[in-house]
Design a protein around this ligand. Structure first.
Ligand code: PL3
Ligand code: FE2
Ligand code: FE2
Length: 225
């Protein structure tokens, strides 16, 4: 049984909650940038961005409910490298990488994290997390649906972006592993769940099972290097 009001839990929660709140805020900004990059889907992408802003507010509420203030500074530092890759892709006019970073990598991360948090969440946070997780599936789905009909044209860029960005994403997780364990999430289960979801999403985009498996194996090798 998790003690939600122990000092150790509250300190770890402040850092994890900071990560989630800042991550949701960043996702909102990314969707608004994507709305500008993909004018055809502008309304849809602005709607997804607004959902992220709502998630950020909902998770701030989870912190308040426990009397915990989010550690935003740490989260900003940990999320900066991934955000920089998004900005670099945007500066290069590389819409595919922007989509891969936000809709595949960050959203797979979110789904994996919320799925593992759900069974250990406090009674206030649990229903909020379940609702947010369903939204994140929709965001992941948007990216898959955009990339899939363009697979032949985008495959090489998706792969190159994954090789650049997934190790960075796994790196930020590495720094949170003690805090994750404290709130009841096994960090290696999170890596495994993320890898599985990302592999599934590569297949949904059009990669063969073999190609998807081989790519995530190369990612795992990089993350361990
Ligand atoms: C996309 O919509 C939002 C991306 C948020 C980033 C999630 C980062 C996950 C870090 C590990 C958090 C464990 C879950 C705890 C929930 C309070
Ligand atoms: Fe979200
Ligand atoms: Fe999302």
């Amino acid at each position: 049984m998790t003690t939600y009001n122990s000092p150790a839990y509250r300190q770890a929660y402040s850092r994890i909650n900071g990560m989630v709140v800042v991550g949701e805020g960043l996702a909102d900004r990314h969707f608004r940038r994507l709305a500008a990059l993909l004018p055809h889907d502008r309304e849809e992408l602005l709607r997804l961005g607004a959902m992220e802003a709502r998630h950020a507010r909902d998770f701030v509420g989870c912190g308040h409910n426990l009397g915990v203030k989010a550690d935003a500074a740490l989260a900003q530092r940990l999320l900066a490298p991934l955000h920089q890759q998004f900005q670099q892709a945007e500066a290069n006019g590389d819409r595919v990488s922007c989509l891969v970073i936000q809709c595949l990598i960050i959203e797979c991360f979110a789904v994996a994290a919320y799925r593992l948090y759900l069974p250990v969440a406090d009674p206030y946070a649990a229903p909020i997390t379940a609702a947010v997780m369903a939204d994140e599936r929709e965001h992941l789905n948007y990216g898959e649906q955009w990339l899939r009909p363009r697979f032949a044209a985008v495959a090489a860029d998706v792969e190159a972006c994954a090789l650049r960005a997934v190790p960075v994403a796994l790196g930020m997780l590495h720094e949170l592993r003690a805090d994750l364990a404290t709130i009841g999430i096994d960090p290696s289960a999170l890596v495994a769940d993320f890898t599985l979801l990302f592999q599934e999403s590569l297949k949904a985009v059009g990669f063969s099972s073999k190609a998807a498996r081989s790519l995530v194996n190369r990612l795992a090798a990089r993350a361990l290097a």
